[in-house]
Design a protein around this ligand. Structure first.
Ligand code: ADP
Ligand code: ZN
Length: 610
């Protein structure tokens, strides 16, 4: 017991001294204690929840080296740099090292000089590595991205399955498995494959409260809407914009640059070297906007991505959650902003119908797309809906999504829907949305005359709505599965069985088309708070410049030196002594010693002159 109290005191001291944090977050304390006491843990925590501390602190508390297994080789360098900045002896072993560098790390291990070692699973499984580990003292094994053991998931890694060997060969060394993406089935697979039957489960849920979700209709000029959003709410901030095609990525990136923003393209067609450079610049420079296909993102753990924008619909809520999750890892306010329109719905539905996959797979995919579309159209809290999709429960509406902040209006769309549906029927289920809308609105066109559609009973019966409103309605009818888009790919709209009740008079309530917001929204919870005075802004810029200088000198990303949130706290509380500087969140002993005086000097000079 006394031992446990001592451990817990030591963990807290390390939290403050080394990391510069005052308190543990959510379940971190319990998880840390569990490992310090030599027991296993399975940790489900959302991105940005603070998983790393859960194994980093026990690695420091316990004797020996903490072994961290991760499939994300590209991240290891940054992770090790981050730890070294804190004065921790850390290293990594993966295929990017030369033979000589590997030997150096092995010697350090033998001499007991390392506190943490990041290692790729294939390297760990080599017989000589396992032999080495049995000769030295190991504090714990941390298995990061543990969902990679799942054969059914997207990130399956065969070497992960062999990790059960750790339990057999090192039964007395505590293990912790961590992931941000585990539904019930995956969770079970992790437990079985890694022999974690005796591990305590720590489940922090899926919520990312600092992310503000909003979805609007694509009113036909998506890039202007995007530009306005970035200029009004995220000027000079880092963000990711996802598009479906490479062509769109290239065009949009250059258009944004043309508009004076700092945007870079990223997709599979760019050469390896160029992709690497763009990724590096995104990590190392301030305020870069990455315009990308979904090829970009896995293993990006830049903490200060302030927005993720989607100009196309992701194909499932899982994808949406994962992609938007790259925003706001630092816990500061961030936006998940999406536009979607009729064309998205048509393209995705067609892609699915044309897919060569098995019927069973197609049905699953269709179900997932319908959930995604339903999510776009809901009139209640988005966060509640998103979490409930993942089996989480949120008691009250969140107050930080578009439907909470600006509740959408609904309208009785029964009559309009009946008109639309019967127009599809009367014209023989052979025409696309544009033509159907023309018929409803009584347009005069060559096509209409050619097919004799000015004579059908639904001609010109829909003048109460404008073109955009009709398109909006058709999109909703397709989203809800009342209408479908034909398989041949010409975009002809067909009636589904589900349309029958509406035609028979069942009422239909739909979400009203929103007027695009004009001007700048006031800066509140959705974006990081603006500073109160020009002096504060100037100081913020000075601190960021100096941080960039330091980062460049050392060849690390700026967030490895200090996070934005740490600089922000400096601007607001203006520490002028080492003691008060040491109180700032994110300033541990080592960073205080290295950088404290210089940052104080910048702060006090600015104070004097401002
Ligand atoms: P995850 O791996 O779960 O995505 P990280 O471990 O990278 O998350 O942590 C996310 C961010 O939160 C990091 O910048 C980290 O420094 C910060 N953080 C973690 N725990 C705490 C804490 N107890 N107090 C303050 N900041 C924390
Ligand atoms: Zn909400």
């Amino acid at each position: 017991m006394t031992n446990e109290i001592a451990t817990s005191g030591k963990a807290r001291e390390i939290l403050k001294q080394v990391f510069g944090y005052d308190d543990f977050r959510s379940q971190q304390r319990q998880i840390v204690e569990q490992l310090c006491n030599g027991q296993d843990a399975l940790v489900l925590m959302p991105t940005g929840g603070g998983k790393s501390l859960c194994y980093q602190i026990p690695s420091l508390v316990r004797e020996g080296v903490g072994i961290i297994i991760s499939p994300l080789i590209a991240l290891m360098q940054d992770q090790v740099d981050t730890l070294q900045q804190l004065g921790i002896a850390a290293a990594y072993l993966n295929s990017s090292l030369t033979g000589q560098e590997v030997q150096q790390v092995i010697q350090q291990l033998h001499r007991g000089e390392l506190q943490m070692l990041y290692i790729a699973p294939e390297r760990l499984m080599m017989p000589q590595t396992l032999a080495l580990l049995s000769q030295i003292e190991v504090a714990l094994f941390a298995i990061d991205e543990a969902h990679c053991v799942s054969q059914w998931g997207h990130d399956f890694r065969p070497e992960y399955i062999q990790l059960s060997v750790l339990h057999e060969r090192f039964p007395h060394i505590p293990r912790i498995a961590l992931t941000a993406t585990a539904d019930m089935a995956t969770r079970q697979e992790i437990i079985e494959r890694l022999s974690l039957q005796h591990a305590t489960l720590f489940n922090s849920g899926f919520d990312r409260p600092n992310i503000r979700y909003s979805i609007s209709e694509n009113s036909g000029n998506a890039r202007d809407q995007l530009l306005r959003f970035i200029q009004n709410e995220h000027r000079d901030e880092a963000g990711i914009v996802y598009c479906l095609s490479r062509k769109r990525v290239d065009e949009l990136a250059s258009w944004l640059c043309h508009k004076g923003l700092n945007a870079l393209p990223y997709h599979a067609r760019l050469g390896t070297e160029q992709r690497r450079t763009h990724q590096q610049r995104f990590l190392r420079e301030d305020g870069i906007i990455m315009v990308a296909t979904i090829a970009f993102g896995m293993g990006i753990d830049k903490p200060d991505v302030r927005f993720v924008a989607h100009l196309n619909l992701p194909k499932s809520l899982e994808a949406y959650y994962q992609e938007t999750g790259r925003a706001g890892r630092d816990g500061q306010p961030a936006d998940a902003w999406m536009l979607y329109g009729l064309q998205d719905v048509i393209v995705l539905r067609q892609m699915q119908q044309q897919s060569e996959a098995s019927e069973r797979y197609k049905r699953v995919e269709q179900h997932k797309l319908s959930a995604m579309l339903g999510f776009c159209e809901i009139t209640s809290c988005r966060r509640q809906a998103l979490l409930s999709y993942f089996g989480d429960h949120l008691d009250a509406p969140c107050g930080n999504c578009d439907t909470c902040l600006d509740p959408p209006k609904t309208w009785d769309a029964t009559t309009a829907a009946q008109k639309a549906l019967s127009c599809v029927h009367r014209t023989g289920q052979r025409f696309g949305v544009n033509h159907l809308v023309d018929v409803l609105m009584g347009k005069e066109s060559e096509r209409i005359t050619r097919f004799g559609h000015h004579k059908v009973s639904t001609y010109a019966i829909g003048k109460e709505l404008n073109t955009q409103e009709w398109r909006h309605l058709f999109r909703q009818l397709i989203s809800r599965g009342l209408l479908s888009v034909d398989i041949e790919g010409h975009g002809a709209i067909k009636l589904n069985e589900a349309a029958r009740p509406i035609l028979k008079g069942e009422t239909l309530q739909l979400r009203k088309l929103k007027k695009p917001a004009k001007g700048s929204r006031k800066r509140d919870k959705g974006s990081v708070e603006a500073f109160a005075t020009p002096e504060e802004n100037a100081l913020w810029e000075r601190l960021r410049e100096y941080r960039k200088e330091l980062a460049d000198q050392q060849g690390v990303p700026p967030f490895v030196i200090f996070h934005d949130s740490t600089l922000r706290e400096m601007v607001i509380s203006r520490p002028s002594t080492l003691l008060s500087m040491g109180q700032i969140t994110g300033v541990g002993a080592k960073k205080l010693e290295r950088y404290g005086a210089d940052f104080i000097e910048i702060i006090t000079t600015a104070h004097g002159s401002g």
